[in-house]
Design a binder for this molecule. Sequence first.
Ligand code: SF4
Length: 310
Amino acid sequence: MSYLSRYGLDRANAARWLPDTVRVISVACDYGKPSPNRVRLLQDSTRGYIAQYALGRDYHRVMRKKLRQLAAELAQQGRPHGYRVFVDSGPVMEKPLAQNAGLGWIGKHTNLIAPHSGSYFFLGEILTTLPLALDVAEVDHCGRCRACLEICPTRAIVKPYQLDARRCIAYLTIENRGPIPTELRPLIGNRIFGCDDCQLICPMNKFARKHTLAEFSPRSDLLAPELATLMGWSATEFDEKTRGSALRRVGYHGWLRNVAVALGNAPTSPEVLSALSGQANHPNPLVREHVTWALSQHRQPARHGLPSPS
Ligand code: SF4
């Protein structure tokens, strides 16, 4: 998350990124809520849970294309303007901008929540030189609810509206390039790429809608993948199977690191032990250390009531 310090106060200065910017068009695009089957998957520790947003095509590309189309259409309607689009890309403070644009409010879990569609959506922005009419900012509707603070597996929401990214599973399993702290590994369960828990528990998501773009349809092979199979992926397989997906952001070694942690949290079985043992001598030290940790979890006496591996 070095971009936070890299861009500093420039993040609040849209004109720094497009001279003569007078408005920011904030856009939300639903990716849909997890199905009941996917929620149950969190209890099946032989399979990996991938955050809902990452199951379809990489939203960065999809949203950027749509935003450019929207900006071009505005220009074609006789409103020539300078513009620049952003999708989750460094310098733009997307959530405060979206709140000011009336799209929703920043909930206690720090995600944006739309009053009539919950929080399962992507955000994107068009910086423009067009002096469009201003919208009215949305207000906070969290009230006395604290459900997200209490459900967070790693207690990353340290107080309302304050997230400790160093504890957040989304950060630990995606942006983080190094080791996952050992004390947090057992709390991660079978979450191998991101986490939806604070959104799953949020009562506002009873209003969540289905995805509207075909590009965000979940890929069937990612809905409930077997951890033991994922651990056996070669770099080439990772490359092929994650083409066009946001999963690529984690990189092959980060992927194996995450799967190893989940296998360390899985019930001891011949399949689990064989999958881990197969990568025990992996040339990458990050992967090797996480596999060693995972195997050590299965050497705990009488773990899950099954015999220890020899
Ligand atoms: S779970 Fe409750 S406190 Fe957390 S964001 Fe949703 S409404 Fe707000």
